[in-house]
Design a protein around this ligand. Structure first.
Ligand SMILES: [Zn+2]
Length: 463
């Protein structure tokens, strides 16, 4: 039976993960992510799906990040009734993310239409909260490694990908052939997640390449660096402001801060997690403690206190009045807030109130895309604009790259070498072209054959 794969996103870029597997009998979509980037291009690509949503039999979702899940409501909007299969934690987190995405789009559109009232330009949200709710109702959770039949003649399993809570590699068996889609792949050694294990019998591998050309700093450096910054913060009575993504990054930092507090390695500096979404996602983490790979000492603590995310000691801030109060309070304190690239949200208010102070530290822990405020700060710019107003930067800006939840080049090549059976074909997706090219070259130098770098819209027949 012919088997075709088409790449409708994250092919030569890192967002909009959507890949379609088709046989005569079944159509299965791997992920349905949102494009992010320049408004006009993203809008076009998000609006125009290159396949018919009503004809899909099933969607297999690797994890909750919005560039993998954020376009699911577009399927509902177009009348798709296909079930969306994912792991249990992904089910819970995707629910939070999609509702938030719909709400943000409505707010964005309202703001855009207000400031363009004069020139008559208008935009509409891509989808409504009802579309998001309808997608959420079709999410179908499975345990890791459980076999299920998403469509006629198709068997599937979700395997730990070690990237974020609930993240899965999607293994699909069709007509005697095995396709493995890694989704986003974690590092071989990370702070919280179990190492992903390469499964056997894979004929076709679709693997991410976000950091195909980069080696990460070791996670072992994290505690020492954070401790130094906390000691300085205590001495200066300043604020450490950490722009952080709500999923995984925030919880990793919380775990390390909580560990340093517990061990008495730093003075008891108050920590505020000022992001309603991060608070909700951390609650999901607390319900899935068995999913993590903490060290023995930490597990002993969890068994005794049951509180790795410091709900007793760390201040979780939901209400905006409470968030505003932080502006008037003196340091030392640590504030974790979203968005992770300082593009919106409460982090902007914290930066606006504190960037001009010498005893402020801005700690950058995640990827900062070109053109974002986070990138400008990371690049050391001394004057930035927030809400259109110029702001001088007297704060110290520190960078920590050790927190990445994506595999580095050595993790990716190690994963491929670790597959018990050599795949006939390897498709590199989800990486900017320089990173993807670097990985392709590295694999070629190691004698790995059958490597393809598909472009947007490309289709391949699989043997
Ligand atoms: Zn991801």
């Amino acid at each position: 039976m012919p088997l075709k794969i088409s790449f409708h996103g994250a092919a030569g870029g890192v967002t909009g993960s959507r890949h379609l597997l088709e046989t005569d009998q079944a159509r299965v979509l791997l992920d349905c992510g949102l494009y992010q980037g320049h408004r006009k291009e993203a809008l076009e690509r998000n609006k125009n799906l290159a396949f018919r949503p009503r004809e899909l039999d099933a969607v297999l979702l690797s994890h909750a990040h919005i560039d993998h899940s954020g376009a699911l409501p577009l399927l509902s909007k177009a009348g798709s009734e296909a079930l969306i299969h994912c792991t249990k934690p992904t089910h819970e987190i995707t629910g939070i993310m999609l509702k938030d995405s719909a709400r943000l789009q409505a707010e964005d559109a309202k703001f855009f239409n207000k400031i363009h009232k004069e020139d008559g330009q208008t935009i509409e949200p891509l989808y409504s909260e009802e579309d998001a709710e309808s997608a959420i109702r079709r999410l179908t959770p499975h345990a890791y490694a459980e076999e299920f039949e998403p469509a006629r003649g198709v068997k599937a399993r979700l395997l730990n990908a070690g990237h974020v809570l609930g993240s899965a590699m999607v293994q699909v068996d069709l007509d005697g052939r095995r396709v493995l889609f890694t989704g986003d792949l974690g590092r071989s050694k990370s702070l919280l997640m179990e190492t992903p294990i390469p499964p056997g019998g894979v004929d076709t591998l679709i693997i991410e390449s976000t950091y195909g050309g980069r080696l990460h700093e070791p996670v072992a450096d994290i505690e020492g660096k954070l401790k130094k910054l906390l000691l300085r913060c205590a001495q200066e009575k300043g604020k450490i402001i950490i722009p952080s993504f709500a999923l995984e990054r925030a919880q990793e930092i919380i775990v390390v801060l909580e560990k340093l507090r517990r061990e008495g390695a730093v003075p008891p500096i108050p920590v505020y997690v000022d992001s309603p979404m991060a608070v909700s996602v951390t609650e999901v983490f607390n319900r899935h403690l068995d999913a993590f790979s903490f060290d023995d000492e930490f597990m002993a603590y969890v068994a005794k206190a049951g509180d790795p995310f410091g709900f007793e000691h760390i201040h979780y801030v939901r209400a905006s009045e409470e968030s505003k109060k932080l502006n008037e309070m003196d340091g030392p304190m640590v504030i974790l807030s979203a968005s992770g690239m300082c593009e919106g949200g409460r982090i902007l208010h914290h930066l606006r109130h504190n960037l001009d102070k010498e005893n402020t530290t801005v700690l950058i822990v995640g990827y900062q895309a070109a053109g974002t405020l986070g990138r400008r700060l990371a690049d050391g710019e001394r004057k930035v604009k927030i809400f259109g107003m110029e702001q001088e930067v007297w704060a110290k800006v520190e960078l920590m790259h050790a927190f990445s939840s994506h595999a580095g080049q050595d993790d990716l090549t190690g994963f491929i070498r670790g597959l018990p059976q050599k795949p006939k074909r390897i498709f590199l997706v989800h990486g900017d072209s320089d990173q993807r090219q670097a990985l392709a070259e590295k694999l070629a130098s190691e004698g790995v054959g059958g490597v393809e770098c598909p472009g947007f819209g490309d289709s391949f027949d699989l043997l």
